[in-house]
Design a protein around this ligand. Sequence first.
Ligand code: GLP
Length: 242
Amino acid sequence: MQLIVCDSYEEMSTKAADIIGALISEKNDCTLGLATGSTPVGTYRELARRCAQQSLSFSKVCTYNLDEYVGLGPDSDQSYVYFMRDNFFSHIDIDLSNTHLPDGLCADIDAECRRYSDALAALSGGLDLQLLGIGINGHIGFNEPDDIFIPDTHCVELTQSTIEANARFFQTPDEVPRRALTMGVRPIMRAKTVLTLVNGAAKAPILKQALQGPITPHVPVSLLQLHENAIFIADREAAALL
Ligand code: GLP
């Protein structure tokens, strides 16, 4: 496991964009696992800037997002499919048909989970890189703290802590969906590189548990201690307790 500590959010975002950009330069048809939340926004902005300057092209890149709220679709500005278009896809030269997310509006949740798991399982060699943020409770995607690790795509009841943390993106906490579809830990652990970004003092305690605590499903991100090529990039505030 590699830990890179940066002075600022901007430096963290630039370093993450460097790693993703280097992968695309080496393999222009790579497959990326992508994350939502405020953490990767600066990375997406920097990658879009490089794309606008024509130093990077996503024209052959394929993406799979971690998760989506149940009940929200592309027309809702709180959905993750909307977030990805708004913050990233509409600013780069990616072919939208190469971008994938679980469908929060699906009629049959079990069938949708199977469809997404099968698509991920069918990727030969798995994702080339999975980009992650972490929740203050240690969740990755929406793999919430639990007694077990769940390998494949599943529907999850969000914890109170996650509902409260994500309420800032909604008008009121009542509007936060109570359920989400999320990739399980199998495709994340199968990714050739897992790049986790962590910034801000609020994440310092969970980053310490993630890197220096026991490997436990009660802190899902701690599983990355077992990944052969896990890179954490943290700003000084998040790394303060290490
Ligand atoms: C959401 C997402 C996670 C993300 C987390 C942290 O719950 N499902 O994938 O990592 O939020 O969000 P933020 O980056 O805003 O702290």
